[in-house]
Design a protein around this ligand. Structure first.
Ligand SMILES: Cc1ccc(OCc2nc(C(=O)N[C@H]3CCS(=O)(=O)C3)cs2)cc1
Length: 345
């Protein structure tokens, strides 16, 4: 066997033995690099006679091509093997049974659970779910809700304002979901029975206040709507939500620009233990505000207050959830602590 044949055999064996791209590159350099074995052979051509150079040169080129092809083929094989190994390691067998531990499964956030529960209760009472933008105009968030110019709620310490847009209009992060009711009155001929769950934003942050919090508001507008209807709707909701057969509510006179008369509503409960119990006890817990829709607000909604009446209410979801689940700190809702989620989710 000639020296070229021997070199060919040994290089092909080294290429076949390379089990990763690093080893293969080392073989390539040792054969075809500047000081490689094949390159050194090519350098000997210069000292040969023309006859020798022709035959030897052709043989060396055959060797070089054979080595190059073997290197390319081996690299392709190694690359495919690496891909197959990853596919094998990372393949998820979707036919496997669900993981046993509930903690490893995804969970519904308690606020989402509360929203689903409350909207289902009102849906069963014939209410539709309405939605609207989180970024609102000053008009829909304040003016159309009968907030006079200069009202403190319009100030920066309470409300998140955006910089004025090209029209000089300053939008806000809505401070309540009430703008949706105005938009619905503009768009829909009564009777209206809507529930509006959603995120709301205020410049406030402590153990019971978060800059982003959740509200559910409701609105009924019809030819006849009165405080007795309002009271019934809220009592039915509370009995179902707090899972009690009877509920004692207290309507305390209050004031909101968008309702007249306005009330703050307490529900009787027992606060003597670690968890508040509803439907019993002699304590009171404020759960929501409500009232008859102010005539100005009906007018802003395009309705004639001599023809239509309405009532509305609003409740802070996070507060309700804290009551229902007995949670001490509102901020835990938004810390995304898996331990908390596992416990409450
Ligand atoms: C067109 C329209 C007309 C009337 C409306 O009345 C919505 C109402 N909301 C309340 C209320 O007390 N809300 C607060 C409860 C706790 S909170 O989350 O801080 C907001 C009373 S009446 C809404 C829209």
């Amino acid at each position: 066997m000639s020296d070229i044949d021997q070199l060919n055999a040994s290089l092909l064996a080294e290429i076949a033995a390379a089990d990763d791209e690093t080893a293969l590159e080392a073989v390539r350099v040792s054969a075809l690099g500047k000081k490689g074995s094949v390159s050194e052979l090519l350098k000997t051509l210069g000292a040969m006679t023309p006859e020798e150079r022709q035959s030897k040169g052709a043989a060396i080129n055959v060797l070089k091509n054979a080595v190059t092809e073997a290197l390319t083929a081996r690299k392709t094989t190694l690359r495919q093997a690496a891909i197959d190994a990853r596919l094998k390691a990372e393949t998820v067998d979707v036919s496997l049974p669900v993981r046993s531990s509930p903690a490893e499964r995804g969970r519904i956030h308690p606020i989402s659970q509360i929203v689903d529960e409350i909207t289902a209760i009102f849906a069963d009472m014939g209410f539709s779910i309405a939605e609207g933008p989180d970024i609102e105009t000053d008009y829909y968030n304040f003016t159309a809700l009968n907030f006079p110019e200069g009202h403190p709620a319009r100030e920066m310490h309470d409300t998140f304002f955006f910089n004025p847009d090209e029209n000089g209009e300053r939008k806000v992060l809505r401070t309540h979901t009430s703008p949706v009711q105005v938009r619905t009155m503009e768009a829909q001929t009564p009777p209206i029975r809507i529930i509006i769950p959603g995120k709301t934003y205020r410049q406030d942050s402590d153990a019971t206040h978060s800059p982003m919090f959740h509200q559910v508001e409701g609105l009924v507008v019809d030819k006849k709507a009165n405080v007795a209807n309002l009271r019934w709707v809220l009592e039915e909701f509370c009995k179902t939500f707090f899972e009690v057969n009877s509920v004692t509510m207290r309507f305390r006179p209050s004031f909101f620009p968008f309702t007249e008369p306005s009330f703050e509503v307490d529900i009787q409960c027992d606060r003597s233990g670690p968890i508040v119990k509803f439907g019993e006890g002699t304590d009171w817990m404020e759960i929501l505000g409500c009232g008859m829709v102010h005539p100005n607000v009906l007018r802003y909604g395009g309705l004639d207050p001599d023809e239509y009446q309405g009532f509305a209410w609003g409740m802070g979801l996070d507060r309700i959830a804290m009551l229902k689940y007995g949670m001490p700190d509102l901020r835990d809702f938004f810390n995304a602590d898996v331990r908390w989620m596992t416990h409450y989710g």
